[in-house]
Design a protein around this ligand. Structure first.
Ligand code: HEC
Length: 147
């Protein structure tokens, strides 16, 4: 490669890297992308129980986890389900789900964890609109808790 060609080549590379950098900045530095739902003290206790008792080995949250049992992301707000429904499952044991011996406080903590996970979004989330310029707007549950 001649010296001049190398310069042009380097110039093009620099331009590409800059455009890529700018592109990433506009996507990831977007304030709208900051949807936070911090867990309460009680929910954190529930999360610890969730981990210690390997609930995730059979259940998924947002599609991640084992597949022996159903996804529990929105079990709290699902029609005909909710806190009492969740608690009923915990100590009874059904099919392959083991029987746990949680105290009332532990059941409450796990239910609170599932409630706050539920409040953070939808899974699966099919409520998306694609604008003509190619952006996708997804419906978030926690959008209003931003202020
Ligand atoms: C060995 C696998 C396994 C483990 C571990 C397990 N589950 Fe389950 N769970 C299941 C299965 C299978 C079902 C579905 C039972 C049915 O529909 O009859 C279920 C159902 C449920 C349901 C009802 C879901 C619905 O939408 O109907 C809840 C709530 C639940 N489990 C919570 C938990 C929690 C919390 C833990 C941890 C403390 C846990 N499970 C641990 C297998 C498991």
């Amino acid at each position: 490669m001649t010296h001049k060609k190398t310069k042009i080549y380097m110039g093009c590379m620099l331009a590409l890297v800059s455009v890529f950098g700018l592109y990433n900045f506009t996507i990831y530095a977007d304030d709208d992308a900051q949807y936070k739902t911090p867990l309460s003290e009680k929910a954190l206790h529930g999360q610890a129980l969730w981990q210690q008792n390997n609930c995730f080995s059979c259940h998924q949250l947002y599609g991640l986890g084992g597949y022996l049992g159903p996804d529990l992301t929105n079990v709290f707000s699902a029609e005909n389900k909710g806190p009492e429904y969740i608690k009923a499952f915990l100590n009874s044991g059904v099919k392959t789900m083991p029987k746990f011996r949680f105290s009332e406080a532990e059941k409450e903590a796990l239910t609170t964890f599932l409630k706050e996970v539920d409040a953070s979004g939808y899974y699966p989330n099919y409520n998306a609109t694609i604008t003509p310029d190619g952006w996708v707007t997804i419906e978030y549950k926690n959008e209003k808790s931003q202020e």
